[in-house]
Design a protein around this ligand. Structure first.
Ligand code: GLV
Ligand code: MN
Ligand code: MN
Ligand code: MN
Length: 398
């Protein structure tokens, strides 16, 4: 079944009728349905599927063993996300395996299709949680204690899906099996529109991280409290949002976003007692922490002038990643010289790149929009991406 047909099979899973697009979060009902779908599709290809200790799915073509050629992506989404971010890489991987089987190819190395858990951090807040755990890039105790917006811990959610919370954490044996990792992904900006190409090879991922800013004031009555008597945490939160834009403008190619802001208790006629906002900051090179420090100074000033307190917590940070040079060169050669593309989006491949030679292929997105319902890929480009991945797997696994 082609990648496009596979995407068609899951087009109704996790549709978000309120926000538009899809909401598929780690271990929730839609994501579990997608896992079941993946297992069924992989088994039809004769692959052996297992769930690792961190909730990542592995579908093996050939017995698991060293120097494995691994491809795949994720099936979770951001809230109200697009249809392609994650599932395109998984579908293309299944398509590529089937194409190789159909032409009678016999891999000399083990091949695996992997589905990483909680890539978007849409439920527990830390992106690429499955690949961070696999590689030991996040402490298991910290991961287990992460909470979703309803207060459910990762430990509880993992246990509810049958994982042994006591075994969650670094998995060096499994990591040691990966010889090469290649992730195919829909392009998330205008890169391939501007380059006029259906496919690109990934060159690098810019540093990125998430910080939580918690402002505390005095909850109170919206009508009975004089303006002069207020300590309203919404004021420094608003000031911080403006500072984020102003300070990001001061650094070349910086991206900084407040996409989530939660006032508590959240009533129209209530002055909030706390406001939490989340900053997503990404600057090429080593400047992201400096930008966040500037934003923190501005946020503290804004909090102080309203009589509020501020606590800042770093939830995740990953430095710049440049994908493996020999693998990039090989991908370019095998695919007839497609362009190379840097990205500001984070990926499991960028986490793995710190441990095993890793690379990425991007498929053109004609809208240039991602993490939103308008994310798209034309059928012909999806097919071109799957052909490219097929070629790459054949070359790597022979
Ligand atoms: C994940 O897609 C991210 O880059 O935030
Ligand atoms: Mn994404
Ligand atoms: Mn993705
Ligand atoms: Mn991503």
């Amino acid at each position: 079944m082609s990648a496009g047909e596979l995407l068609g099979q899951i087009a109704d899973v996790g549709r978000d009728t309120r926000r538009g697009g899809y909401s598929r979060h780690a271990f929730d009902a839609p994501e579990r349905e997608l896992r079941t779908w993946f297992v069924e599709r992989a088994q039809r290809l004769g692959l052996d599927v297992e769930t690792d200790r961190n909730g990542n799915l592995w579908a093996w073509w050939g017995a698991p063993g060293p120097d494995a050629v691994v491809t795949g992506s994720h099936l979770d989404s951001v809230p109200g996300g697009g249809a392609f971010d994650g599932p395109l890489g998984v579908s293309s991987a299944l398509d590529a395996v089937e194409s190789l089987q159909d032409k009678g190819f016999r891999p000399a190395k083990p091949v695996a299709v992997v589905v990483f858990a909680e890539e978007e951090g849409g439920r527990f807040g830390v992106p690429c949680l499955g690949s961070r755990l696999l590689t030991g890039s996040i402490d298991a105790d910290r991961a287990l204690a992460l909470r979703d917006p309803d207060g459910v811990t990762f430990a509880e959610a993992a246990a509810a899906t049958g994982l042994d919370a006591g075994r969650v954490g670094a998995d060096p044996e499994r990591l040691g099996l990966i010889g090469r990792f290649v992730e195919l992904h829909v392009e998330q900006g205008r890169g391939l529109i501007d380059l006029g190409s259906p496919v690109a090879v990934g060159s690098s991922v810019i540093a990125h991280g998430r910080w939580r800013f918690s402002f505390t004031g005095q909850g109170n009555h919206a009508g009975a409290t004089r303006i002069a008597d207020r300590a309203d945490p919404m004021l420094p939160a608003a000031g911080t949002v403006l500072a984020v834009r102003r300070l990001a403008r001061g650094r070349e190619d910086a991206r900084a976003t407040v996409g989530r802001l939660v006032p508590t208790p959240g009533g129209t006629n209530v002055i909030a007692s706390t406001v939490d906002l989340w900053l997503d900051a990404r600057v090429p090179g080593a400047e992201t922490p400096e930008l966040v420090e500037e934003i923190t100074v501005a946020a503290r000033e804004a909090a102080g002038s309203e009589g509020c307190e501020l606590a800042v917590t770093r939830e995740s940070y990953s430095g710049d990643v440049v994908f493996d040079e020999p693998l990039r060169r090989a991908l370019g050669e095998w695919l007839g010289g497609p362009p190379e593309l840097p990205t500001g989006a984070g990926h499991d491949a960028a986490i793995l790149a710190g441990f095993v030679p890793s690379g990425m292929l991007y498929v053109r997105n004609p809208t240039g929009i991602s993490h939103a319902p308008d994310e798209f890929a034309e059928d012909a480009d999806v097919a071109a991406g799957a052909r490219a991945l097929t070629e790459v797997l054949e070359r790597l696994a022979k």
